[in-house]
Design a protein around this ligand. Structure first.
Ligand code: TYD
Length: 227
C-alpha cells in the first residue's frame, strides 16, 4: 500500500464532535451520486468488523482509565485494519474514498487533546499507515461552544434511543476541546494545500457549496469529472 500506487481519490472530513461532518458527508455522497460516482464511505474509529469492536471500547464511557497511549494505539489499530480492508483496496481500483476522520483526528485529539504531542502520531502514521495522505481534507470548524453543545445533546438522545453509550469523548472538559481545536488549526496551517478549513457560523447549504467547489475542482484536475 504505497501512497504513489493510489489511483483513486481520498477525501477526509475532520472537525470537533458536533461540527456537522455527518450531514456534509451525506450531502457530498448525494452530490457525487448525481454525477454517477459512488464513493466508498467509511468512518474512524470503526468501519470494519474489528474496527467496530475497537470503536465500542474506545467510545463507551464505561471504558474508564484508558491511558492516552492505549487510546493512541487503539486508534492506529483501528486505522491499520481500515486501510488494509477498505481504503487501500478502494484507492487501488480508482474509487473515491470519503472517510469521516483519519490521522488528523489522532493528532488533534491524542496529540493535542491528550497532550502526547504531534511527533509520536506522525511517526506512527508513517510506520503503520505508510504515510497514506488524503488528497483533500475538509476541516469543519464552526463555533466551538455550539458544536460541543450539539454533540452532547446528540449523545444523550442516542443513548436514550439505542441504549448505546458513545459519549466518552464528549464528557471531556472544555479545556480538552480547546486543545483539540488549536491542534486542528495548527495542522491546517502546516498543510494548507491539503486542508480546506471551513470556519464560522455557516448554514449547511453554505458549507456544502464550499465542499463541492473544492471537490469538483480536484476531480476535474484528475479528469474524474468533466463538469
Ligand atoms: P464519533 O461518534 O464518530 O464522533 P463524531 O461524529 O463527532 O466524529 O466519535 C469519534 C470520537 O473519537 C470523537 O470524539 C473523536 C475521537 N477520535 C479520537 O480521539 N482520535 C482519533 O484518531 C479518531 C479517529 C477519533
Amino acid at each position: 500500500m504505497q501512497p504513489q500506487s493510489q489511483r483513486g481519490f481520498f477525501i477526509t472530513f475532520e472537525g470537533l464532535d458536533g461540527s456537522g461532518k455527518t450531514t456534509q458527508i451525506k450531502r457530498l455522497t448525494a452530490w457525487l451520486a448525481a454525477r454517477n460516482i459512488a464513493p466508498v464511505v467509511t468512518r474512524q474509529p470503526g468501519g470494519t468488523e474489528t474496527g467496530d469492536r475497537i470503536r465500542a471500547l474506545l467510545l463507551d464511557s464505561k471504558s474508564t482509565g484508558l491511558s492516552p497511549k492505549t487510546e493512541l494505539a487503539m486508534m492506529f489499530a483501528d486505522r491499520a485494519q481500515a486501510i488494509e480492508e477498505i481504503i487501500a483496496p478502494a484507492l487501488r481500483t480508482g474509487k473515491i474514498v470519503v472517510c469521516d476522520r483519519f490521522t488528523d483526528s489522532t493528532e488533534a485529539y491524542q496529540g493535542c487533546g491528550r497532550e502526547l504531542g504531534s511527533q509520536i502520531v506522525l511517526e506512527l502514521h508513517r510506520l503503520i499507515c505508510n504515510d497514506l495522505r488524503p488528497d483533500l481534507t475538509i476541516l469543519l470548524l464552526p463555533d466551538l461552544a455550539a458544536s460541543l453543545a450539539r454533540a452532547r445533546r446528540r449523545n444523550t438522545h442516542q443513548t436514550s434511543v439505542t441504549g448505546k453509550d458513545e459519549s466518552r469523548f464528549e464528557q471531556e472538559q472544555n479545556s480538552f476541546f480547546h486543545r483539540v481545536y488549536t491542534g486542528y488549526k495548527a495542522i491546517a496551517a502546516r498543510e494548507p494545500d491539503r486542508v480546506l478549513v471551513i470556519e464560522g457560523d455557516l448554514t449547511v447549504e453554505e458549507v456544502h457549496a464550499q465542499v463541492t467547489r473544492a471537490v469538483s475542482s480536484m476531480l476535474r484536475q484528475m479528469n474524474l469529472i468533466s463538469s
